[in-house]
Design a protein around this ligand. Structure first.
Ligand SMILES: [Zn+2]
Length: 459
């Protein structure tokens, strides 16, 4: 018997493999952070005598959820009912102007704790001063794709810089056994000049890493591209060279027309779909069905605490499913299996990590969650037969608070709904301690600038 091995057993196990295989009375052998075997409890125990078994009774196992677009932060609930432009110029960008590293780090601790408690194991976080974010992920245990919020233009000199982004890549990329990943980030293509675009692209290629930016979120933005370049956004990104990078992921991609979708099909591009944020900021409804049909991997993302206002990926999957029905005026566009794949394996593909995570299959990292099956929300639970409803219940009924166990790299981070790797009360207390300073400095800045904030330079 070895300490590095553990069998997790539950009432059912959703593998999210290519066939969406479900194993009733399923078990998974975890060995040193890797999934070493998957099958029925009877078979896994028979083949691995002497290995300790953890029986998670009345639960269902599934791969840890992949949140493909997040911003750490603590503006939650403080900038509501605003169109995206007012919201950016009066709340978000002034916050970025005054944000300090210790505040940014406190926000990441909060975001990662909330995410793990709700069953999200991988977080693509576009945020600032991300050394603190990487330290938080190191301690708390989540898988992180860190994407610095870069502005490489004199009008956006208060964001992170490409120099900071490169230093972060040098320090953190693929560290902690690959648990921390560093990408190149731009807040938006308009937040950089031509030289910055070129440098960002070259940096992603040189370090063989991903590139992430917001694009085609709002209609007004598409108009801005057409006015500035004479073309729609995806064609401009193609001209600039962003699709030469190893993997370019676009957040939102709401307003892609058929020609843009056809053009990006087959390129190294993925999309982070943020249905709650798109509804809250009245941005629009993305053409997810067409993107998936064109072979573009579409993951699900919550966006930030200020756009959502939580990081519950179960809620996000449900809204993705429902919003798809509204968009296409039919009940069929995205079935529960497809949405569940977007939250797991397709999301992992969207961030280029599907060879490591996103499904419970032998050889992958042991990023696994357990969802309670003994709740009213999961009742009735028909295991099989004509009323088999497990996948529908997971997508449409379960909430993040139903997660009882969260494991990353074989380490249990949440058990019985409690965060084991950090003091949750201390994380919350730290945000309460530092938040007033940030709000005060932002108010002072806005008073001094008389609210005259530039959004999008004209050159
Ligand atoms: Zn965003």
């Amino acid at each position: 018997m070895t300490d590095t091995k553990l069998i997790l057993a539950a009432d059912a196990l959703l593998t999210m493999d290519a066939d969406n295989r479900v194993v009733m009375d399923g078990a998974v052998l975890v060995d040193g952070g890797i999934i070493a075997a998957v099958g029925t409890l009877k078979d896994v125990v028979a083949n691995n005598p002497g290995v300790k078994t953890k029986h998670l009774r009345n639960t269902v196992l599934l791969p840890g959820l992949v949140n493909t677009h997040v911003h750490s932060g603590f503006l939650r609930g403080t900038a509501e009912y605003l169109p995206v432009w007012d919201w950016l110029t009066q709340h978000i960008n002034p916050m970025h102007r005054v944000l300090q590293p210790h505040e940014a780090e406190a926000a990441s601790w909060l975001c990662y704790a909330e995410s793990l408690l709700g069953g999200t194991t991988t977080i693509v976080d576009m945020w600032r001063y991300m050394d603190g974010s990487a330290k938080a992920a190191k301690e708390i245990g989540n898988r992180l794709v860190a994407v610095p919020y870069v502005g490489e233009h004199p009008d956006y000199n208060y964001f992170d810089t490409l120099d900071m982004n490169e230093a972060m890549i040098e320090t953190w990329h693929r560290k902690l056994d690959g648990r921390i990943n560093l990408w190149v980030g731009l807040e938006h293509p308009f937040y950089s000049d031509d030289a910055g675009h070129r440098r960002a692209i070259d940096m992603a290629k040189r370090y063989n890493t991903g590139f992430h930016t917001h694009c085609s979120e709002a209609r007004i933005e598409v108009d801005g591209f057409v006015k500035r370049y004479g073309k729609r956004p995806m064609f401009v990104l193609d001209d600039i060279g962003f699709f030469e990078t190893p993997l370019a992921m676009i957040a939102h991609a709401v307003w892609l027309d058929p020609d843009e979708i056809a053009m990006i099909s087959g390129k190294r591009v993925s999309v982070a779909h943020n249905p709650v944020s798109n509804m809250k900021l009245a941005s629009g409804i993305a053409n997810v069905r067409e993107l998936l049909d064109a072979g573009v991997p579409v993951g699900v993302g919550t966006d930030g605490e200020k756009e959502n206002n939580n990081f519950d990926m179960f809620e996000e999957m449900k809204v993705a499913s429902l919003l798809g029905k509204l968009r296409y005026d039919t009940v069929q566009p995205l079935d529960s299996w497809e949405v569940l794949r977007m939250g797991t394996i397709t999301g992992a593909r969207a961030i280029g990590l599907d060879h490591e995570i996103g499904s419970i299959e032998t050889g992958k990292r042991a990023d696994i969650i357990a969802v309670r099956a003994d709740t009213p929300r999961m009742t009735p639970f028909f295991r099989d037969g004509p009323y088999a409803n497990l996948h529908h219940n997971i997508v449409h009924a379960v909430r993040g608070s139903d997660v009882s166990l969260t494991m990353v790299d074989g380490k249990i981070l949440v058990e019985e709904g409690d965060l084991k790797t950090a003091d949750l009360k201390a994380i919350i207390a730290q945000v309460h301690k530092v938040a007033p300073g940030l709000f005060d400095r932002r108010a002072a800045f806005l008073a001094e600038s008389k609210g005259d904030m530039v959004q999008w330079t004209t050159s």
